[in-house]
Design a protein. Sequence first.
Length: 250
Amino acid sequence: MLSHHDLVDLENALPLEYWRNPQGVSVQGDNLKFLYIPDYAEHMIASWQAKELFRIQHDRAHENRQITKMVMITMGALLPGVLLHDAVSWGAGADMPDVEFGTFGVKFYHGPGQPLAQPKIVQPLSIDVRGHVVGIVEDLADLGRTAKYVQEVLCSEHGARETVLIATYRKSHTANFNMDVIAFGVVPQDTWIITPRERIETMMKRVPYWAAQGQTRDACYSNLWNIGYPKYLLAEWFDIAWQRRDEAVL
């Protein structure tokens, strides 16, 4: 009987360290670069975050500052948050405190580099954080505006004692978040990160944009292939994205 490893070759997967400072792919008809995050990389990063969290929990134990609540910022942090929940809930040692996970919906950007004038709460906080040290789970910490806003709301309006930012990536080494940060890697400002939760979304947004820039159907397909999209996703969704080429938001 064949095992999964007989069918899928993960021996040639890029190592964890590659994903710490990855470079996006340049494509035709776009000033942005695109970084496609495969499933295995998302899992490796979540495992690294969990181990780093365990280290920080151990260091904070004597100060009574261990994280006991986690707030996932929707939509971006749902997938990394769920993966982190799996590792933290089942992988923590007996000396680690239980951590309750919840959600909080905040929108601060139309898209990459397109901030809203004011943040918008789109889903209320789902758990009680009063008196707790709270981890704020983000997929991407750009200039820190979302994280700082969430920190202010959690502490000022919901009584959180302290916050810690837990992010997959940040786009600046120098941004001051006014809290401890567990961030795995850094990507350049001109890079659009395509996580597993937004692969279809990116296709539906960017194919019409490329078409509006004069790119042909074949060129748009090649852009997605060069970025890293697998054939099965292109087969299922590319034609739909191309049919929406008159809906481009420039």
